[in-house]
Ligand binder design. Structure first.
Ligand SMILES: N[C@@H](CCC(=O)N[C@@H](CS)C(=O)NCC(=O)O)C(=O)O
Length: 316
């Protein structure tokens, strides 16, 4: 990966562009897509460092799908051969036997020219990649896998709130989730500053919004919170320095910081967060912005400090 921009090229204005998702099949409750929901059939490939993959791990845990969808975790360090399974015995994915994630992509489509990204879902029956379309994966768990949700699982994407959730997700995606990457991988001052300004404008709006609401959409935890959380939890440890998003730290926003801790302290959030993988991945993989690959020792942040958000109503 040395020297090359991540995921895709920048354009002439030095702006970072994310590649389109290539595998976009869906697993359906009625099997109409050819991929029916079946416990044990599908394997989710994640990096614990990756915010897009982290979403799918949180939702899998919140919905109690651990026994239904298996997970393989890749090594946080990636080279130009892509993600690899060196954390497992003999360096192989125990489910497919592959050594590199790219093998699963190439076996599915020898013509595939895209990047070998996580999160990705692989079908054990056909040996094919089903999807690496990260925004669709969590929605699919929430809607199509309903029959296998644990008793009492939250409805993270309620039909009556989808318009509101989609709207906040769009803003958060462009200015926050992908906004930090646009700042970090910009190769022109103007592109960097545009991303930086949009990011902190949204942080100000969220800080205000979260003064009066427990969650982004009022009193219930939804998909929107999962998506915002994965960027917030990486912010001070990585994006503030590595991606130069340094107007303010997360911990400088009282409401946003308390909100992030409130989520972190719930099952599914903190227990799927791995700061060692997160820091090693970012600081040791992006050679073009951290050529000597040193991993900062700090910051020390106490994610277990009480969140004090109980005055804001939460629907049981
Ligand atoms: N599939 C999306 C998002 C997922 C994504 O970017 N995942 C990163 C990790 S955070 C990845 O797997 N990158 C591998 C690579 O670029 O080689 C994309 O292609 O932009």
């Amino acid at each position: 990966m040395s020297g090359t921009p991540q995921f895709s090229a920048e354009n002439a204005q030095g702006r970072f562009h994310r590649q389109a998702n290539r595998f976009t099949s869906v697993i359906t409750a009625d099997g109409s897509s050819g991929y029916p929901v079946e416990p044990g059939r599908y394997q989710l490939y994640v990096s614990l460092a990756c915010p897009w993959a982290h979403r799918s791990l949180i939702v899998r845990r919140l919905l109690g799908l651990e026994a239904v969808v298996g997970v393989t975790v890749v090594d946080p360090i990636r080279d130009d051969r892509g993600w690899r399974f060196t954390l497992n015995p003999e360096g192989r994915d125990p489910v497919s036997g592959a050594q590199f994630l790219g093998e699963l992509y190439r076996d599915s489509d020898p013509e595939y020219q895209g990047r070998y990204t996580v999160p990705m879902i692989w079908d054990r029956s056909s040996g094919r990649v089903v999807t690496n379309d990260f925004p669709a994966i969590t929605i699919m768990f929430e809607t199509e896998f309903r029959r296998y949700h644990r008793p009492g699982a939250p409805d993270l994407y309620p039909a009556e709130l989808r318009g509101d959730i989609d709207a906040i997700n769009a803003l958060v995606y462009h200015t926050v989730n992908n906004g930090v990457y646009k700042a970090g991988f910009a190769t022109s001052q103007a592109a960097y500053e545009d991303a930086f300004d949009a990011l902190f404008t949204t942080f100000d709006a969220l800080e205000d919004r979260l003064a009066r609401r427990r969650f982004l959409i009022g009193d219930r935890l939804t998909e929107a919170d999962v998506r915002l959380f994965t960027t917030l939890v990486r912010f001070d440890a990585v994006y503030y320095t590595h991606f130069k998003c340094n107007l303010r730290r997360l911990i400088d926003y009282p409401n946003l910081w308390a909100y992030a801790r409130d989520l972190y302290q719930r099952p599914g959030f903190g227990d799927t967060t791995d700061f060692v993988h997160i820091k090693r991945h970012y600081f040791q993989t992006h050679d073009q912005i951290n050529p000597n690959r040193l991993v900062p020792k700090g910051p020390y942040i106490d994610w277990t400090e009480p969140a004090d958000r109980s005055h804001l109503p939460e629907r049981a």
